[in-house]
Design a protein around this ligand. Structure first.
Ligand SMILES: Nc1ncnc2c1ncn2[C@@H]1O[C@H](COP(=O)(O)OP(=O)(O)OP(=O)(O)O)[C@@H](O)[C@H]1O
Ligand SMILES: [Mg+2]
Length: 254
């Protein structure tokens, strides 16, 4: 299943104003892995994810998806393989109704009408938003928009799923549903997140970015409990590992 491999080799990227956002990032993610990308604000997570779907091109270095090096010529192939949920749902939703937004990808894939309908229904049901199908996306709440943005990508059935802060703005039940969904997804998942509890639960492997470089890459349970990794990168232990403050104050075990 080499086509599900994602490889970055010494990727560097500077924005047009000269800001160096990636300063030599390398990793290899293999088929079926669930990998968290964590790091403080501005560490380069979104910039890195933008490279994995070709929204940004490296100033130097390469991105390889399966056997294909990402270039302008291979962009169409890569975008059929990699589905990306953006950090801002408003960047993903632009059609008059939720239905049309979720149908947009399948229609562009040239699928017949009945298959488009089946995919839209299934993707919206998966994120629990089928009741919103005929609403305009711009009138939805933040969490509803995020769920619909996830549905637009699920409807494409990508081999590789890339998500930028997918749990941000979700209520606890929607967050739990998202985690269960991502756990059931068998393909490669790359998830940039500040939700370190989600990373701990969902992703056996974590890549820690700091100032555009890979500060650590290894087992999530090990890295996210190691102050020598977390503190220099401006991170804190997942809440679930910090102990209960009420129990600590009353001397009870958490
Ligand atoms: N369009 C842009 N033009 C110039 N600099 C940018 C642009 N977008 C991001 N940057 C800069 O690139 C660096 C990395 O930003 P990026 O958005 O990748 O960080 P991030 O890790 O996703 O942060 P966050 O956790 O806040 O989402 C930051 O220094 C940021 O200020
Ligand atoms: Mg970001």
């Amino acid at each position: 299943m080499s086509h599900h491999i994602v490889e970055a080799t010494d990727v560097r990227y500077a924005y047009s104003d000269g800001t160096s956002a990636l300063n030599g990032v390398s990793f290899r993610i293999t088929h079926g892995e669930a990998v968290a990308i964590v790091g403080a604000n501005g560490a380069g997570k979104s910039t890195l994810l933008g490279h994995l779907v070709g929204w940004l091109s490296p100033s130097s270095g390469t991105i390889r998806i399966g056997d294909t090096i990402l270039t302008q010529q291979t962009l169409a192939i890569i975008r059929r393989t990699v589905g990306m949920v953006f950090q801002e749902p408003d960047d993903q939703l632009f059609m008059p109704t939720v239905f049309e937004d979720v149908a947009f990808g399948p229609v562009n894939m040239g699928l017949p009408h009945d298959q488009v309908h089946a995919r839209v229904a299934s993707a919206l049901a998966t994120v629990g938003m089928e009741h919103l199908a005929h609403r305009p996306p711009y009138h939805l709440s933040g969490g509803e928009k995020r769920a619909v943005a996830i549905a637009t990508v699920l409807a494409m059935s990508p081999d590789i799923l890339v998500m930028d802060e997918p749990s941000s703005g979700l209520d606890p039940r929607a967050r739990r549903r998202l985690i269960a969904l991502l756990m059931s997804f068998e393909h490669t998942r790359i998830i940039a997140t500040h939700d370190l509890d989600l990373a701990l639960e969902l992703c056996p492997r974590t890549i820690v970015l700091h100032k555009g470089q890979v500060a650590a890459d290894g087992p999530t349970a090990k890295l996210l409990t190691d102050p020598a990794v977390l503190e220099p990168c401006g991170l804190e232990k997942p809440l679930s590992l910090q102990g209960c403050p009420v129990c600590a104050a009353t001397g009870r075990q958490s």
